[in-house]
Design a protein around this ligand. Structure first.
Ligand code: SF4
Length: 251
C-alpha cells in the first residue's frame, strides 16, 4: 500500500490501519509525539502543515486494494484531520468520501476546528465513521496550556453531543491523562454522549508522569466507567498498574 499503513507499538492499540493526510500539525500540543516519530523538531512540525503529496490519489489507490477488508482506517496519528488547513484543502472531507465509496471502516481522531467537524457529520454518517475526540480536560485554562491551538473543551463536548444525537458512533481518546481529577471529570460530564472510551497515561514527560499515582487513577477510572456501564479500553502501559491486568477491559 502507499499511504494507508499498519501502525506499530502503542498506535496499534488504537487502530489496525491508519493514514496521515497532512505533513505537520499546527495544534502544537506540548505532549506531541509526532516530531520525535518523524525525526524532526517541534518547531518545524508545529510551525506549518501542508497536504502530503498526491495524497488523495494514493488513498483511492489503496482503498481499491482494501475493498472488503474489515480493518478500520484511522485518520490521523501524526496530524489532526481538522486542523485549520483543512478549511482550505478539505482532504479529510474528500477522504471520507473515498471511505464511503469503497465501504471501508474508518475512524477519525481529532481535537480540531468544531465548525469543520460539524459540517462533515452527514458525510460521516454516510461513511459510517466512528468519530473520536481527544479530551483530557474540563478546565479550558489547562487545555490552553497543553493544547494551545486546538479547539476549546466546550467545543469538544458540544461536538460529542451533537454527533451522538445525529446517530454517529462517538469515542473519546482520554489520553494522555495529565491531571487525574480532570480526566475523571471528563468522563462524568460526557459519558451520556460517548459510545467508547480509550484511556492512556502520559508518557515521555517524566516530570509530570511522576506526579500522578497511576495505580489510584486506574482504580478510580475503572470504578467510574464500570459504574456508568461504559465500554472502554485501557491502554497497556496504564493497565500495567493493575494487579490483575487481564480482567481490566470492558469492550
Ligand atoms: S493534534 Fe496530535 S499531531 Fe497535532 S500537535 Fe496535537 S498531539 Fe501532535
Amino acid at each position: 500500500m502507499n499511504v494507508i499503513y499498519e501502525p506499530k507499538g502503542r498506535a496499534l492499540e488504537y487502530s489496525e490501519l491508519a493514514c496521515n493526510l497532512y505533513r505537520g500539525c499546527t495544534h502544537s500540543c506540548r505532549y506531541c509525539y509526532a516530531p520525535a516519530a518523524m525525526r524532526t523538531t517541534g518547531e518545524k512540525w508545529h510551525g506549518n502543515a501542508e497536504p502530503r503529496k498526491d495524497i488523495l490519489r494514493l488513498i483511492e489507490k489503496d482503498a481499491q486494494k482494501l475493498e472488503g477488508d474489515p480493518r478500520s482506517i484511522l485518520f490521523c496519528f501524526l496530524c489532526d484531520p481538522y486542523q485549520p488547513i483543512e478549511r482550505d484543502e478539505r482532504l479529510t472531507q474528500q477522504s471520507l468520501g473515498i471511505m464511503a465509496k469503497y465501504h471501508l471502516n474508518n475512524q477519525l481522531l481529532t481535537k480540531g476546528c468544531a465548525d469543520l467537524i460539524l459540517e462533515d457529520l452527514e458525510l460521516m454518517k454516510k461513511a459510517k465513521t466512528q468519530l473520536g475526540i481527544t479530551l483530557c480536560f474540563t478546565d479550558d485554562n489547562l487545555r490552553q496550556q497543553w493544547e494551545p491551538q486546538a479547539s476549546t473543551v466546550s467545543d469538544r463536548f458540544n461536538i460529542l453531543k451533537t454527533a451522538h444525537e445525529a446517530g454517529i458512533f462517538t469515542w473519546v481518546s482520554l489520553e494522555p491523562v495529565i491531571d487525574p481529577d480532570q480526566a475523571l471529570s471528563v468522563i462524568k460530564k460526557a459519558y451520556k454522549y460517548v459510545d467508547f472510551w480509550k484511556v492512556g497515561k502520559l508518557n515521555h514527560m517524566k516530570e509530570y508522569e511522576g506526579r500522578v499515582d497511576w495505580k489510584k487513577f486506574l482504580f478510580d477510572a475503572k470504578s467510574l466507567l464500570n459504574k456508568l456501564e461504559a465500554r472502554y479500553y485501557i491502554k497497556k502501559d496504564l493497565l500495567a498498574f493493575h494487579e490483575n491486568s487481564k480482567a481490566a477491559n470492558r469492550n
